[in-house]
Ligand binder design. Structure first.
Ligand SMILES: [Zn+2]
Length: 65
């Protein structure tokens, strides 16, 4: 059974692929992320989205200490 989860990067309803901190990263975005290099136009976008995904987890972690 495959769940349909909103992708944290493209915001589209996608099949559950790579769950990162409770957020889904769809196959297309995972591929884009892996294949993009620092010179690519889409790299900063991916970087920003990744920051957004990681950010809430950081806050949670800090409040536990
Ligand atoms: Zn996506």
């Amino acid at each position: 059974m495959t769940r349909i989860v909103q992708c944290a990067i493209c915001s589209g309803p996608k099949k559950e692929n790579l769950m990162l901190l409770g957020r889904n990263i769809c196959k297309d975005c995972e591929k884009g992320l892996v294949q993009s290099s620092v010179d690519d136009w889409c790299y900063p976008m991916y970087l920003e989205k990744m920051k957004e995904i990681v950010k809430p987890a950081d806050i949670k972690e800090t409040s536990l200490r």
